[in-house]
Design a protein around this ligand. Sequence first.
Ligand code: ASP
Length: 344
Amino acid sequence: MKTIFAMMAVALVGVANMTLAAEKNPVAMVIHGGAGTIQRELMTPEVEAEYREILARAIRAGHSILLGGGSSRDAVIASINIMEDSPLFNAGHGAVLNHDGNVELDASIMEGRTLNAGAVAALTRIKNPINLANAVLEHSPHVMLAGAGAEVFAEQQGFAFVTNDYFKTERRQRQLERVLAEEGGVALSEDPSDRVVEKYQADEKKFGTVGAVAIDQRGDIAAGTSTGGMTNKRFGRIGDAPIIGAGTYADNNSCGISATGHGEYFIRAAVASDICARLAYKRLSLQQAADEVVMDKLVEMGGSGGVVGVDKEANVAFSFNSSGMYRASIDKHGTLVVQIFKND
Ligand code: ASP
């Protein structure tokens, strides 16, 4: 008798576990490290491997949080932090320089379940802007804080400060010098010893913003974006990355999007929210909605760049109208993809 009860108990626990397992939503994640003119013929195998390695590391860091039952917001932050700390991308350390030779950073994060969002703009001393955007989401009655006010808030929240020099790299310095010389009609003499520029010349004309979108086991979508903006931007210029609906958007009823590209166009086209709206109202797939906005609407306007997204069914998509976009995904079946060029 006892054995029968024990067997029944085991069977019941088994059924309960299966139900629990069935209730968990599949997780998925997608990230980008900027879109733009990325020339395969100029990229050395060494540099390509560097990018692929860090993209894989960044997405795995976020995805393992999702697998462990963590939130999509935490996953997005973990992936973005790795790219912010890498000098390869235009976010955090290694961000581009503005016209005055300084770094000003923008970031935002949004949660699809509540439509809560946090954004920061024109930061000069916060090491990981996405973390401050998240603090705005969690601890501020506001959605966006900029400049000195954002840094006062950071101090109240116990954030550590770095100097602006922490963000600056020799490569970005040379990039700004080139753009300024071009602007002034001056040709910079090619310096053969300029190894930094030479090494990374394959992607000198890209937008290196970073971003991530994820869906967790509860079916919650989150999206985040972090950037130094555009080389030679004027002091105080704010791009699309911290604008909710332009560079970042997440809604559990449709999708989450993070964008990279010429920010002025992405703001005017309300890129991220327009993609989610097309998915919801026109009943398009995520890929179709993203392509309509990136390949049709933006191209007609003259705006270059791309997006990554995840929908409520955990489908992932990339769309970009430039020759390349640093990107990676781990889909709902656990398949990892890391790509750089258009026909990778
Ligand atoms: N979208 C960013 C901006 O305009 C630039 C980028 O994607 O790298 O600020």
